[in-house]
Design a protein around this ligand. Structure first.
Ligand code: NDP
Length: 487
């Protein structure tokens, strides 16, 4: 279990320690055992990381895009070659079962490195003809970009931010969540092995204050944060003082709408994927499942059967389907919402209790939980729970469900299950969300832009769209004639 890395930070292509930083114990969520002890970045470490990134940027921004792409693709290959080792580390860092971390976390990070590695050489500007004189545009990097990650997909988030940033020629300083600091350090090592010049990718550890110091640093050009709406607001306000570019990937309370004509097992499967994967700790989860009255009873029966068959337990056992929540604090927050659901009169269809798989009494496991007969005003239907808690709400027709689905401050994602494709497209056009699915849920291939509207965020990750958020256009006017000045 011991997962102690060589040092806490990764700066200028090597492991760096400053023993005067406050200790940061890293716990395996399934047992609470301390698997590593790191140190928070001190102001000296932050200064060193910024200096390193500036030096890295000077080299990398002048490296040809094709050469940059080769390094990213080599890093993707190294990640794939080390699949089992990295999946185990991700499981120890997050508590998520290896059956997930093997297929979803690092592999999705490798996809991003491969995809943006392939796009790097294709970055171009344009030529604008003026009938003699002309303008061309240069797509230039922003400079030093700061990435700040949440704890639910630590390595995927690090890769999703680093891949487009580096493809465009930027340097990055990444600060993982203090709960899950190990994956990003591994990514630093992998990049070095893949041939990334020193200083282009740096990792510093610490809690919110370290992130805040990076956001405020005058040498930083851009910040991309994945986290809660509250953190997003604070980061946005601080970045605004320095007029910095910002990408915000924040929380949600997304609607998943099931019509009477939907394939029952697909809809139930989609709802389970969108509520129970990663023990429900997924930002885009469809936590408000609206089910049309004609299919509601059958939907609930099938959902209860399949939910009760979910195997909780040892995250390192391949057969386990659900692990613990990330921490005691997150577990208590989830149980508080479950208590609110019970007291507000929702029907607890299944689950609703803490679970204690044998040998894991100190992990915070929560039974996969379904509340039915939920109403729009209940707390469980309004607030992001970030745990394995699904709310099922009945509805009558399209107009009603669109109005109710959109009645939220969030707008990250939405899904529709129906056999009527005209209706499906009509619905997604009216759903106020950045990412939507038809007869599927929570699939986030790197080729597709991902992000939210309203309080769920700003900007997009993945897809070609991400390149726009890590580069800026310079217009170059070229005069071919003599200058006609009116003076
Ligand atoms: P937090 O908002 O608590 O933290 C996110 C990151 O921001 C952490 O690294 C945190 O550091 C850091 N941070 C906290 N305060 C500040 C600050 N003032 N300035 C700079 N950085 C700061 O989120 P969680 O880690 O609890 O993650 C859960 C949340 O993330 C959920 O709301 C979820 O919906 C959202 N999320 C969104 C996704 C998306 O793509 N839209 C994907 C995944 C999660 P530390 O934790 O070390 O204190």
């Amino acid at each position: 279990m011991n997962s102690q890395p060589p040092a806490s930070h990764w700066i200028a292509g090597r492991a760096v320690e400053d023993t005067s930083g406050a200790p940061l114990p890293v716990r395996y969520p399934a047992t609470g055992a301390v698997i590593a002890t790191l140190r928070e970045a001190t102001p000296a470490v932050i200064a060193q990381a910024v200096e390193s990134a500036a030096a890295g940027f000077a080299v990398w921004s002048r490296t040809s895009p094709a050469a940059r792409g080769r390094v990213l693709r080599r890093a993707a290959e190294l990640i794939r070659a080390r699949g089992p080792e990295l999946a185990r580390l991700e499981t120890l860092d997050t508590g998520k079962p290896v059956s997930e971390t093997r297929v979803a976390d690092w592999p999705s990070g490798a996809d991003a490195l491969e995809y943006f590695g392939a796009l790097a050489a294709g970055l171009t500007g344009e030529h604008i003809e003026l009938g003699g004189d002309f303008v061309y545009t240069r797509r230039e990097p922003l400079g030093i970009c700061v990435g700040i990650g949440a704890w639910n997909y630590p390595s995927q988030i690090a890769c999703w931010k680093a891949a487009p940033a580096l493809a465009c020629g930027n340097a990055m300083i990444f600060k993982p969540s203090e709960l899950t600091p190990l994956g990003a350090l591994k990514l630093g090592e992998i990049f070095a092995e893949a041939g990334l010049p020193e200083g282009v990718f740096n990792v510093v550890q610490g809690a919110g204050a370290v992130g805040a110091a990076l956001v405020a640093h005058p040498a930083v050009a851009k910040v991309s944060v994945t986290g809660s709406v509250g953190t997003g607001r604070r980061v946005y306000a601080r970045a605004a003082e320095g007029l910095k570019h910002v990408t915000l990937e924040l929380g949600g309370k997304s609607p998943l709408i099931v019509f009477d004509d939907a394939n029952l097992d697909d809809a139930v499967g989609g709802a389970m994927l969108g509520n129970f994967y990663s023990a429900g700790q997924v930002c885009s989860n469809g936590t408000r499942v609206f089910v049309q009255q004609g299919i509601l009873a059958r939907f609930l029966t099938r959902l209860a059967e399949r939910t009760e068959a979910i195997r909780l337990g040892d995250p390192l056992d391949e057969a386990t389907q659900m692990g613990p929540l990330i921490s005691q604090a997150q577990g208590e927050k989830v149980m508080d919402h479950i208590a609110a659901g019970k007291s507000e009169g929702a029907w607890l269809l299944t689950g609703g209790e803490r679970a204690a798989p044998e040998g894991f009494a100190d992990g915070f496991f929560v039974q996969p939980t379904v509340f039915a007969e939920v109403t729009d005003t209940m707390r469980i239907a309004r607030e992001e729970i970030f745990g394995p808690v699904m709310c099922v709400l009945g509805f009558g027709d399209e107009e009603e469900v669109i109005a109710r689905a959109n009645a939220t401050e969030f707008g990250l994602a939405a899904g529709v299950f129906t056999a009527d494709l005209a209706r499906a497209h009509r619905m997604v056009a009216r759903l106020r969300a950045g990412t939507t699915w038809i007869n599927a849920y929570n699939l986030t291939p790197v080729e597709a832009p991902f992000g939210g509207v309203k309080a769920s965020g700003l900007g997009r990750e993945n897809g070609h769209a991400a390149l726009d958020h890590y580069s800026q256009l310079k217009s170059v006017y070229v005069g071919l004639g003599s200058v006609e000045a009116p003076f």
